[in-house]
Design a binder for this molecule. Structure first.
Ligand code: ADP
Ligand code: CDP
Length: 220
């Protein structure tokens, strides 16, 4: 059924999924295609982790993690260390604290609520940050495919690491992100599932655009 209020609402696209599923690649491509600004929300949690690490804070102490969340503007978004596996792992530990998630909420919410619409990728965009999003994708791929992608990505950056270590890290991070009480990694009920295990980047992006367009037509 058509709904004018839905069709005139700004286009917000939520892209969620586990580590190295390709959600960032897809979110950036959707932002280009629909001419929307993009936010990689994982970078916020990675910035908390790096900030905590740099001031020698204890990841087991939620108060220190919240303090680090107040310092993230001091982190350079192009800092190579942000993309490291160590920081990714630490990010998944600090992101389990509700107070850390609360400290980062407004920034993400404001980005999602801006006038012209937006694309955000993360773990809880479709469920918590932008439940009103007109299109939601839950991007996934098998753990071994994701580990191989991350392994190649790290190799291309000159980081020496074993495939088995990357796989173990991804499996552990998936479990921590999915099992936590605060905003767990979860497919929103109204999200479209996009399994990219057997899709090239090009095919995955085409499929994502088609899914979003179908949602827009359905709500027009
Ligand atoms: N469909 C795909 N096929 C092959 N490689 C991919 C695909 N999607 C993403 N990649 C690569 O996998 C790595 C992780 O992708 P990324 O989009 O950063 O994942 P995420 O944001 O989910 O962590 C990157 O090196 C990216 O180029
Ligand atoms: N919206 C989000 C985004 C990331 N995160 C956390 O931050 C960690 C790093 O996120 P990321 O998206 O940069 O990680 P990758 O999927 O790129 O490996 C995740 O493992 C989550 O624990 C989150 O809790 N909520």
């Amino acid at each position: 059924m058509s709904s004018p209020s839905q069709s005139s609402a700004p286009l917000v696209i939520a892209v969620d999924g586990p580590a190295a599923s390709g959600k960032g690649t897809i979110a950036k491509a959707l932002a280009r295609h629909f001419d929307l600004p993009h936010m990689d929300t994982g970078l916020l949690y990675r910035s908390v982790a790096l900030s905590l690490w740099r001031f020698g804070g204890d990841a087991g102490n939620p108060f220190e993690a919240v303090r680090a969340a107040g310092e993230i503007d001091k982190i350079d978004p192009d800092d190579e260390e942000l993309r490291s596996e160590t920081v990714g792992e630490l990010a998944s530990r600090v992101s389990a604290y509700p107070a850390v998630r609360k400290a980062l909420f407004e920034r993400q919410r404001a980005f999602a609520a801006q006038d012209g619409g937006a694309v955000l990728d993360g773990r809880d965009i479709g469920t918590v940050i932008a439940p009103e999003a007109r299109a939601k994708l839950f991007v996934t791929a098998s753990p071994d495919v994701r580990a191989m992608r991350r392994f190649k990505e790290l190799g291309a950056r000159g980081v020496e690491v074993h495939y088995e270590e990357v796989l173990a890290d991804i499996v552990a991070r998936d479990a921590r992100d999915a099992d936590r009480a605060a905003a767990p990694l979860l497919k929103a009920e109204d999200a479209d599932l996009l399994d990219t295990s057997d899709l090239s980047i090009e095919r995955a992006v085409q499929r994502a655009i088609a899914l979003v367009e179908a949602r827009l037509q359905a709500s027009a």
